[in-house]
Design a protein around this ligand. Structure first.
Ligand SMILES: [Zn+2]
Length: 75
């Protein structure tokens, strides 16, 4: 009867991916193969890229836009 060596299964799998970047925003590690984004040589993880855009984006001047429409309507 063949004796299987069970100890091989106890060895942790070699799944430690290389840490490639660190997110500029949340400091979490970004590993090889993970999605990440680079803007101006700053790296953002997938979770933070949306925050980045929200912060840099200008809020539209809705009131000004509506006032402008009204102005044209009443002309
Ligand atoms: Zn992040």
């Amino acid at each position: 009867m063949e004796i299987l060596d069970d100890r091989a299964y106890l060895t942790p799998p070699d799944n430690e991916a290389d840490k490639v970047y660190e997110c500029y925003f949340c400091d979490s590690a970004i590993y090889e193969g993970e999605d990440c984004y680079m803007i101006d040589s700053l790296v953002y993880c997938e979770r933070c890229i949306n925050k980045h855009f929200k912060i840099i984006a200008e809020k539209p001047d809705i009131e000004g836009y509506l006032a402008d429409l009204e102005y044209h309507d009443t002309k």
